[in-house]
Design a protein around this ligand. Structure first.
Ligand code: HAM
Length: 419
């Protein structure tokens, strides 16, 4: 009972400092590209998520009946809520929509390094643009973020492909629509499950063993020239991917991206370019993932609107930053510690703290009777910049004693000039 629920985290102040540091960089990268923040409830109708493509995420739902008998679920991802919000205001929103959010998401997953049962997921999405310009802009947001936390293109890679690659391969074999989406979900697990399990699942979807070996050979392609020779001469997938990589060149982010046909993504709704970032060493799970999903609103009963976006969890990135020695030392943010010597100067210390607070300084007032030794230790531990001491002799002249905690230097300052 005194333990938190398995797979969930407590954030003590030192954890919270780091979380805020990370989130500030998420905010900054999105805002630097003109995205606006939105939010939605963590609780949604279960039916928003119950797709039939066999995705892991549906089996991992935290769902229950509320007291009114409604079937509800904690959101496992933000994209369906975003689609619902866009759908609700369809027609009234100016396009393109460029929105971002940092929701907490819940999935009943097997917990492991970088995966929990709750995580915060930075979501950045663009609605109302069909072209790969939107996908390239998202990649630019990602690279901006990676740079801002000190990661370079030698630390990680953003692998890119398109659902259209498999669509073209399988379309010629008559596999399309819902079966195609289910096939992608299964193909995404190829590296995680034994070959015979994947083959059995694909067999159940009606794929012949020839089709399966065609898929395997296409997924092994890691350069666009080979893809071009593997697909039909008028391949839309190839043209689109070539334009996307050309745009990455213009953005100056070519070092960060590479084509890899094995990127398929495990969610059914993707329809075009898809991407995932991985650490170059290949030790950790995906850092983030996303892609184009032009038909999601249609599947929810609305009128389709092109969309593309990504989700970026707060767990794997912290693992990578730790591995690279890039976790910053963060202070508590307290500027001044104020201490009044003895009960008689308690009121004066409150006045001093009040003045500092009104001038915008973060001020921690020592509220109890404490020895000066304790106060020095406390001020040091809190990471404050200054210790402001209200002492009888100085106060009688309208002054306070200020100790710079970095240099140890002590000065006398008048109450009036404090700030
Ligand atoms: P996803 O690949 O399921 O995509 O999740 C995106 C990212 O969220 C992952 O790459 C990972 O960083 C993080 N993540 C997911 N599950 C967990 C977990 N159990 N523990 C820790 N981190 C996790 C989506 O959710 C899509 N809705 C993303 C998207 C937005 N596509 C378009 N727009």
């Amino acid at each position: 009972m005194t333990q938190g629920v398995r797979g969930t985290r407590d954030f003590y102040p030192e954890d919270m400092r780091l979380r805020n540091w990370l989130f500030e960089r998420f905010h900054a990268a999105a805002r630097s590209h003109g995205f606006e923040e939105y939010d939605a409830p963590v609780l949604e109708s279960e039916e928003l998520y119950t797709r039939k493509a066999g995705e892991d995420i549906v089996g991992q739902l935290y769902n229950f009946e509320d007291k009114g008998g409604r079937k509800v679920a904690l959101r496992p991802e933000m994209t369906p809520s975003l689609a619902r919000m866009v759908m609700t205001r369809a027609g009234a929103l100016a396009l393109p929509i460029k929105w971002y959010s940092i929701p907490q998401c819940w999935r009943y997953e097997r917990t492991q390094r970088g995966r929990g049962r709750e995580h915060y997921q930075w979501n950045v999405d663009i609605w109302g643009m069909e072209g790969v310009e939107a996908d390239a802009e998202l990649l630019s947001v990602l690279v901006h973020f990676f740079n801002s936390v000190g990661l370079g293109s030698d630390d990680l890679v953003i692998r890119i492909s398109s659902r259209k690659v498999l669509e073209e391969v399988l379309g010629s074999l008559g596999i399309e629509g819902e079966t195609f989406a289910q096939t992608c979900v299964t193909v995404d697990k190829m590296n995680k499950l034994p070959a015979h399990v994947i083959e059995a699942q694909l067999g159940d979807l009606g794929l012949s063993s020839d089709a399966i070996s065609t898929i395997r050979s296409v997924l092994a392609i890691t350069d666009l020239a080979s893809l071009e020779s593997a697909l039909a001469s008028n391949s839309e997938a190839v043209v689109e991917l070539q334009s996307l990589f050309a745009l990455c060149d213009s953005y100056g982010i070519s070092d960060w991206v590479s084509f890899d046909a094995s990127v398929v993504r495990g969610l059914a709704y993707y329809t075009g370019p898809v991407f995932e970032a991985h650490d170059r060493a290949g030790i950790l799970r995906a850092i983030c993932g996303g892609g184009r999903y032009d038909k999601l609103i249609g599947s929810l009963g609305g009128k389709d609107l092109p969309a593309t976006g990504f989700g970026f969890g707060d767990m794997v990135i912290m693992e990578l930053l730790a591995d690279k020695g890039l976790i910053p030392e963060l202070s508590s943010g307290v500027g001044d510690v104020v201490f009044g010597m003895g009960a008689e100067l308690r009121g004066a210390a409150m006045q001093v703290a009040g003045k500092l607070r009104a001038s915008g300084r973060s001020t921690d007032l020592v509220l109890e009777d404490k020895r000066i030794k304790w106060v020095f230790k406390h001020a040091e531990r809190s990471g404050a910049a200054r210790l402001v001491m209200v002492m009888p002799e100085e106060w009688s002249k309208g002054n306070v004693k200020v100790k710079d905690l970095a240099t140890g230097e002590e000065t006398e300052i008048s109450f009036d000039s404090l700030g």
